[in-house]
Design a protein around this ligand. Structure first.
Ligand SMILES: [Ca+2]
Length: 268
């Protein structure tokens, strides 16, 4: 009888709190509950609440990285030390939050070579537009939905051979931009996060800088499946397999006042 009271209590709590797990003892009499935030979500901090995540065994644990850009500036940025090669297909995903109110602002990626300042760039500009530039060809997403003050999960899946990029906000494909120029992106460039390079590692504008947080920024040399992107939105613990870059400290240099936030053995 006592066990059934336990089950009923467990179900009541389940209903009230959203997600709980009941772990019964060997005699099926005692129920210990595990509730709530097992995936490291900062629930009140998200623009949309993800549906509950059930771990897909194909998703390995993510390197957990987080960086804070504490001010609007022309001096604060992350430089990726590892030489990057953007293959025909590649995907970039990150959690990002920009401080303040209004439309999200900041440069997510700026990759510049000796011949092309904008070999690749992803910039949420101060006018509320998202600019994606590949080999100097700019495409705009004029009215993007991302807001400041909340964390957003952002993914870009590029296929250069047919010149398109699919853009995912908070687990859902929001738009697709098409480029006319399908030239490959040369290797050997300078890769900066948080500032837009109008010359190699220079000529930054404060209005395009990142003032906020970047978390679990990663790159893959393939087009991620929609389901993989949705899974990463549902959980900060696990990531799509086969990534070629995560922003671990050995891969980057921090410039200016950018701070690293470490998280060992837990999900951010
Ligand atoms: Ca600029």
């Amino acid at each position: 009888m006592r066990s059934w009271q336990g089950v009923i209590s467990a179900l009541l709590i389940f209903c009230m709190s959203g997600i709980c797990w009941c772990h019964f003892d060997v005699h099926f009499e005692k129920c210990s509950l595990t509730c709530g935030d097992n995936n490291g979500h900062h629930r009140s901090d998200r623009q949309h609440e993800p549906p509950p995540y059930r771990h897909n065994q194909h998703m390995p644990f993510c390197p957990q990285t987080e960086y804070v850009f504490p001010r609007t500036s022309t001096t604060d940025y992350i430089r990726v030390k590892t030489p990057m090669r953007f293959f025909d297909e590649f995907s970039i995903c990150t959690w990002a939050k920009s401080y303040g109110t209004g439309a999200f602002v900041g440069t997510i990626l700026s990759y510049s070579t000796l011949t092309n300042d904008n070999a690749l760039a992803i910039i949420f500009d101060p006018n509320g537009k998202l600019s994606v530039i590949a080999m100097e060809e700019e495409k705009l997403h004029n009215v993007h939905p991302l807001q400041k003050g909340v964390e957003n999960h952002i993914c870009f899946a590029f296929v250069r051979s047919d010149g398109h990029v699919k853009i995912f906000f908070n687990g859902t494909m929001t738009t697709r931009l098409n480029f006319n120029n399908v030239n490959p992106i040369p290797s050997g460039g300078s890769f900066v996060i948080g500032q837009d390079q109008d010359s190699p590692v220079g000529t930054f504008q404060a209005s395009q800088s990142m003032h906020g947080e970047i978390k679990n920024y990663m790159i893959w040399n393939r087009t991620l499946e929609n389901e993989e992107i949705l899974d990463m939105y549902r959980s900060t613990c696990y990531c799509a397999p086969g990534y070629t870059l995560a922003l671990t400290m050995d891969q980057i240099q921090l410039q200016g006042a950018v701070n690293a936030v470490y998280a060992e053995n837990k999900c951010l």
